[in-house]
Design a protein around this ligand. Structure first.
Ligand SMILES: [Zn+2]
Length: 167
């Protein structure tokens, strides 16, 4: 299943094929996620680089799961990631958890410290907003969760995303 792609940046006429590569998944707003097995397409003429990330919904849900199970207080960026996965604007989410949207933004941007109480409030909101969680959040939180700083996720052809490394 060799796919090919055309360059959006230049006039190079030939579709080119990709190669398996590693990608820092900064599109999430998180700086500690590495994807293994994504296809990287590099234009032979201008050098423009494109990444093809398959099964992105499953990937994003898996990242949210790993954030939910984390054994440390979440960062503002991780809280923002959970909010966005729920599909809320800061205004609407502020209404849901009875929190001033401006304070919420300050926390998400790292300008205000995340308290463990606020962390739990957001996790509880996420857990009640999703019916398809395949684990019990209470169990995880009471057992202190999984401790990690960096996440590596991998995908193989025809498979789902899975956690390769959390350390
Ligand atoms: Zn090009």
């Amino acid at each position: 299943m060799k796919r090919k792609m055309e360059c959006f940046e230049c006039e190079y006429p030939e579709p080119f094929s990709g190669r398996h590569s590693v990608h820092k998944y900064k599109e999430t707003g998180l700086d500690n996620i590495t994807l293994v097995g994504v296809e990287e397409f590099k234009c032979p003429k201008c050098g423009a680089v494109y990444f093809d990330i398959p099964k992105i919904k499953q990937l994003n849900a898996l990242i949210a799961d790993m954030i939910m199970k984390k054994g440390q207080v979440l960062s503002g960026a991780e809280l923002r990631y959970l909010r966005k996965q729920m599909g809320y604007s800061t205004n609407l989410f502020g209404r849901l958890i009875a929190y001033d949207p401006k304070s919420l933004s300050r926390i998400e941007n790292g300008h205000q410290k995340v308290t463990s109480t606020f962390d739990r409030l957001v996790r509880m909101a996420y857990a009640t907003g999703r019916r398809d969680l395949n684990y019990n959040l209470h169990d995880f939180l009471l057992k202190n969760g999984i401790k990690y700083r960096r996440l590596e996720l991998k995908i193989a052809d025809g498979c789902d995303w899975e956690v390769k490394m959390a350390a």
